[in-house]
Design a binder for this molecule. Structure first.
Ligand code: THU
Length: 135
């Protein structure tokens, strides 16, 4: 199934505008599609204790798990920011996407202008940490 990237881009930009980012002033939004075909969104939510900040991608993923439960799988994510070069996900968010995605999970980076670029998770996270109790 092909996801409607234009629609997801609109949703990512809409939720981006709700970001709580008084410290960085950098707004990020994420709209994701699960393997079940459901769409969830999230924006960044900062905290005075900077480490308490929640990224947009993590917010959307947590939202998806809360709705679908632990079997939730990611198919596509669209990440919106206002930067000239659309912002790629931070390393922790890449690892978090990897927890629920697969090497082919699509990650689109968009901005509020015309820029959009697509990657797969394996492009952005070629050597994920995988925990196995035998390690
Ligand atoms: N941010 C995200 O929402 N996602 C990322 O993958 C990278 C960074 C947010 C966190 C913080 O509120 C702001 O961008 C600046 O780092």
């Amino acid at each position: 199934m092909t996801d409607d990237i234009g629609m997801l881009k609109g949703m990512a930009l809409d939720v981006m505008r709700k970001a709580y980012c008084p410290y960085s002033k950098f707004k990020v939004g994420c709209a994701l599609v699960t393997e079940k075909g459901n769409i969830y969104t999230g924006c960044n939510v900062e905290n005075a204790s900077y480490g308490g900040t929640i990224c947009a991608e993590s917010n959307a993923i947590v939202h998806a798990v809360a709705e679908e439960g632990p079997s939730m799988k990611l198919r596509t994510l669209v990440i919106a920011s206002t930067s000239e070069d659309p912002a790629p996900p931070c390393a922790i968010c890449r690892q978090r996407i990897g927890e629920f995605g697969n090497p082919d999970t699509a990650i689109w980076l968009v901005n509020d202008k015309q820029a959009q670029i697509s990657y797969t998770l394996s492009d952005l996270l070629p050597h994920p940490f995988v925990f196995s109790p035998e390690n």
